[in-house]
Every structure is written in structure tokens, then in C-alpha cells.
Write a protein that binds this ligand. Structure first.
Ligand SMILES: Cc1ncc(COP(=O)(O)O)c(C=O)c1O
Length: 360
């Protein structure tokens, strides 16, 4: 029966998600509320209290959601300053990555990826049977614009995935670089999952200017509702009819939509939490510079990537884990012996730093 499977799936590597909180808590024998979870770039403050209130008060969980998400799209339009006709909410930004790959790619097509970066671009492209052409990031994990310009023509790739700030490096893609890349004859997907934490502004409104740009955003990070799965994309007008045709009718559940609307009603308070996280990131970065075996990279996001010396990053991750502190570790091209630490609450940073110093 296996021979009936889609052949390109057999050779694909699995996506390795991080272990769920409760599973880890059981494995480590540490209660969930004592674990310092700095491994998935989640918001340590969670959502605004109005989210829980709105979810408790909502009376129509037995009714299917609005497939067009009219109210949420209008609220997003006011928040972004972009017409609602350009906006499509989703089951997390991840869902839109999958949609884009399946909308544009057939086996034999190609995408350009800029590793080291978020793993879902190459994963979804491979799922669609496409080839992944890598334009490796250069010094400081900056996008190599010249290399991409050379790769963009032969064999012609259809999609270019960019992330700003990039995960896991936290690198910002400057406006001039993005403008050059938008001149290329392909669709540019700009993933702005962490844009709220950057000093510079979102390029969501550029979609009105460029018909080959898609910008993806999420409520998982700044709004703190990763568990509810809510993202959205800003798409050029010509692409929207295809997305409407293509998408699952009820891709956004009512709880996500109620939570998203409540978050947007409190956008200012959300902004204050983001400012708190940015200040804590800067403190974390400075403190990590003083840990003798860590070399942190400046970050525009809610995490800091560090190169590790004198320790195997995997062993360091395990040593921290045994002390109830979770970080992400990498050992792959471009990320040799690295850990990524998400920004937590100040007391979590203090606990992390104390353990890092003890392990020196
Ligand atoms: C760069 C990037 N894009 C997208 C996502 C996924 O976003 P969502 O939770 O909205 O699916 C993540 C999650 O970590 C990410 O790092």
C-alpha cells in the first residue's frame, strides 16, 4: 500500500516540533508553572485579560464561523491601515505558508529560501514537490541580495521566502534590499511574524504598491495567543479570489476570531507589553554578552541567538533543561553549536542568567 503514496513524501524529512509543555513537565518531573519556557518565542505575558473575558462571554460556539471573517478583517484593516479586501485571516501564519506553496507550486517548480531561517518554507515547498534553492545568509545573517538576484533567473523559481525579523537570527531585512528583491520576476513572501518587536515598521502596506508581494503576520507572538492559532496575510488584490476559492471554508475557528478581535480592541495595551519585551530583550542581550561561553547576535525579535563555545550546545540545552529552563538548540549548517533563547519575564531572565553563570 505504501507504494500508492505520493512519492516525494517518502524522501522528506519530518518537521520536528518542540515538545508540548505538559509532556515536558511530566518528563522532567517539574510542575508546569515552575518551568521557564524560552524555546518557542511565545509571549511570556499571554493575552490581554479581555481575551479570556470575551471567550467566556461568547454565546455561539455551536454555530459555524463566518467563512469570510468579515468582522475580523475589518478590525485588521483598521489596525493595519490596509483595505479589508487585501486581508485573509488564517489558522496561524503556518496555514498560509502551506496555501501559498500549494497555490503556486507543482512538482518540478522551485522556491528560493534564505537559510538559516524558519523551517516551514522548505518543508511546505517540499510537500508540494518543489525544489528548494538555498541563498545562504552572509555575515550577521543578512540576506545575500546579489546571490538571490543571480538565482532568480535559472531555473526559474516561483516563490522567494523572506523573514524579517528572521527566525532564529533576529536579523532585519532593510527596505532597500527588499525593494531590490521585489524587482525580481517572482512572488515575494515576507514573513513578519516578529515585526512588532522590531525598531523599524511593517511592510504590510507595501502590498498596495507591489503586486508580487505577500506579507504574513500572526497573533501568536505579540498578541500572545499562539495556542489559539490565528494569523493573517496581506495579499495583492489579484491573488485574493484564488485564496477565497482555495481556502478551507472554516479555517479560522470562532474562539480564535473572538480572541483576535478582543486583542485588537486592546492594541495599545498589546503595544505596551511588546515594549516591555523589547526592553527585556535588550537587557537579556547585554547580560548574555557577559557570559564567557556565549556570543549573542543582536536581535530585532523576541529572542536572541547565541553561538556557544567551550560547551556542546546540545549538552548546554540539556543542562538547562534539567534545571527547568527550556531553550532551543541548533547544530546544522549556518547554526553550528547555537542556542536560541526567547525573551521571558524579568524573573525568568534572572533565573536563566543565574544558571548560565553557574554552568560557566
Ligand atoms: C518566522 C515564523 N513564521 C511563522 C511562524 C508561525 O506562526 P503561527 O503561529 O501564526 O503559525 C513562526 C513560529 O514560530 C515563525 O517563527
Amino acid at each position: 500500500m505504501q507504494s500508492l503514496l505520493n512519492p516525494h513524501l517518502a524522501s522528506m524529512e519530518e518537521y520536528t516540533p518542540i515538545q508540548p509543555f505538559e509532556v515536558l513537565s511530566r518528563r522532567l518531573g517539574i510542575p508546569v508553572n515552575e518551568i521557564v519556557k524560552l524555546d518557542a518565542n511565545e509571549n511570556p505575558y499571554g493575552p490581554h485579560p479581555a481575551v479570556a473575558e470575551a471567550l467566556a462571554e461568547y454565546a455561539y460556539y455551536h454555530i459555524y464561523p463566518d467563512p469570510q471573517q468579515t468582522e475580523l478583517r475589518e478590525a485588521l484593516s483598521a489596525y493595519l491601515g490596509t483595505p479589508a479586501e487585501y486581508i485573509l485571516p488564517s489558522h496561524g501564519a503556518d496555514e498560509l505558508l502551506d496555501y501559498l506553496c500549494r497555490l503556486f507550486l507543482v512538482p518540478g517548480d522551485a522556491i528560493i529560501n534564505t537559510p538559516p531561517t524558519f523551517g516551514m518554507y522548505s518543508f511546505d515547498a517540499k510537500l508540494a514537490g518543489a525544489e528548494v534553492i538555498d541563498a545562504w545568509r552572509g555575515d550577521g545573517y543578512h540576506v545575500d541580495v546579489d546571490a538571490i538576484c543571480q538565482l532568480a533567473h535559472a531555473p526559474v523559481p516561483k516563490l522567494l521566502f523572506l523573514t524579517s525579523p528572521n527566525n532564529p537570527s533576529g536579523t532585519w531585512l532593510p527596505d532597500d534590499d527588499l525593494r531590490r528583491l521585489l524587482e525580481l520576476p517572482l512572488m515575494v513572501v515576507l514573513d513578519e511574524a516578529y515585526v512588532e518587536f522590531a525598531a523599524a515598521k511593517s511592510r504590510a502596506r507595501w502590498v498596495l504598491e507591489y503586486d508580487n508581494l505577500v506579507v504574513l503576520r500572526t497573533f501568536s507572538k505579540a498578541a500572545g495567543i499562539a495556542g489559539l492559532r490565528l494569523g493573517y496575510g496581506i495579499f495583492p488584490a489579484w491573488l485574493m479570489p484564488y485564496l477565497w476559492k482555495f481556502k478551507q471554508p472554516y479555517n479560522v475557528n470562532v474562539a480564535a476570531s473572538v480572541a483576535g478581535l478582543a486583542s485588537l480592541r486592546h492594541a495599545n495595551e498589546m503595544g505596551s507589553i511588546v515594549e516591555k519585551i523589547k526592553a527585556e530583550r535588550d537587557r537579556l542581550f547585554r547580560a548574555l554578552q557577559t557570559v564567557p561561553y556565549l556570543f549573542p547576535f543582536p536581535s530585532s525579535a523576541n529572542f536572541v541567538l547565541c553561538r556557544v563555545e567551550r560547551w556542546e550546545a546540545a549538552a548546554l540545552k540539556l543542562a538547562l533543561e534539567q534545571r527547568g529552563i527550556l531553550v532551543r538548540y541548533y547544530h546544522k549548517p549556518g547554526l553550528e553549536n547555537c542556542i536560541r533563547i526567547s525573551v521571558g519575564r524579568p524573573e525568568q531572565t534572572d533565573r536563566l542568567l543565574a544558571e548560565l553563570r553557574r554552568l560557566a
